[in-house]
Unconditional design. Sequence first.
Length: 268
Amino acid sequence: MYKNLFDCHIHSDNSHDGHTSVEDICRRAVEMGLAGLAITDHAECQGYLDLVYQPRLLKSVADAAAAAEKFKNQLTVIRGFELGQPLQDTDLALELLGLCDYDFIIGSLHGLGGKTKEDFEYWAFMEDPNHNAHEKLVDYYNQLIDLAHWGNFDVMGHITYPVRHVKIDFSRYMEQIDQLLRILIQDGRGIEINTSGLRQGVGMTMPHLDLVRYYRQLGGEIITIGSDAHYLEHVGHSVDVGMDMLAAAGFRYVTYYQNRKPHFIKVE
């Protein structure tokens, strides 16, 4: 068992697809022996008005602040959110970023803009013989590069996200991935190991070990681990596997954030 396990990607019932209160999440984390967690509820910029994110986000941060006080002697509770598709509405994204005092922001891309705004899960890649998956994945990585240049976040979420829905030969995209990682490293931001793929039938984390190792070889130091839990039973899921990956990739430290500043804990 590792010391100081942090789960830095958790959705409460303040997310449109979450199912558990922040307090119950924290209670579960204490039972599991986690040292800390980040509440990172959704704010999807392209669907913001439809899903009424502002009151959800305000409540999420308030709930996390209350939990931080209630569990202060047992658990570090980090106030954050997952900012989805910010480049599809940058004015809104900046408004959300100024809404509260956050500890931690995950920048994510769940679906492409333009004519295809839906999450990748609705693309039905494998059922459609004309899905043009390669072209969409090229677009995906180009948009991640644009997001990295924009930079108003701390860690980029699940940088191999489409692997949930389509088999990918990542060697075809290494030039773009290399560029993406170099931008993040140069600008002092990080990536996460998202462990949700290990419980979703994907059979791998996002990103997988080879890319985590490559990020380290490039000089990457900032890396968080998150379960991307939406249900109570998934809190902390495979965070220890993420720590194993960090050790295998040559990392000496894992990261969590407070007041938008990275904190580093030894992988031990």
